[in-house]
Design a protein around this ligand. Sequence first.
Ligand code: PDD
Length: 280
Amino acid sequence: RIAYVNGVYERASEAAVSIEDRGYQFADAVYEVWSVFDGRLADLDGHMNRLERSLRELQITMPMPSRSLLVVLNEVVRRNRIREGMIYLQISRGVAPRDHVFPANARASVVITAKPVDRDAAEKKAAVGIKAISAPDIRWGRCDIKTVGLLPNVLAKQKAKEQGAGEVIFVDQDGCVTEGGSTNVYIVSAEGVIRTRSLSANILAGVTRLNVLPLIRESGLELREESFTLEEAKASAEVFITAATSLVMPIVAIDDHVIGDGKPGPIACALREAYIDHAR
Ligand code: PDD
């Protein structure tokens, strides 16, 4: 695999950043993940806009114009010969002797990696759906910024894996679902009403979410951007999640509770198809 690191394309196994990179020392960095369909970055602008917002919120200066960044992203896709896959981009505040306050003149570090995705395997997984566990949302108050500070997510997703589940559903202090460990969460009532939490500082504004919501509206289904409890999720007809990685993925169980008949719901499956059509 080929990685891009601060202006250089090199073998990913040999690519490296400084031990004094602030991404490494303070998680002082943001990231984006694009899915690649047929060699093209899906929802390109949505991810680029969110990247710029994340950087702005952290007062990190874009190390290059977004037009140039796009050229580099496509070059990483090309050099890795990715037709179906993922692109990971990380931008940190840069390299400086360790000090919590911002360095006076660090230049942001840029790392880009790519990997292929087996679409057939992903479709097989989606046809069965995945299980989720619930966990208290112990993250910080700015989950709207896509930083690499993901330790609560890492620990919760590891726990999910140990319990045979593929995602964690975070629950706030009011018993309401915020989002998944690396996804946004939706529930569908028996009447076909879809609910997903409204955007705030407590969740990431998913780019897949941004693009799935119009597909829901176009299909004539009722959509409500409002909070719901974990209990409501467990009692709903369908549950599904969205992200650049999992696209639209049905959830068939939460903790020990089976959702519906334990099979992926028709609405989640239809939205997965519609989203993939959109992304292609
Ligand atoms: N995660 N919420 C969280 C906490 C996420 O980490 C992600 C994405 C999403 C969905 O965002 P999007 O639709 O833009 O991918 C929601 C990426 C894929 C990851 O960490 O791998």
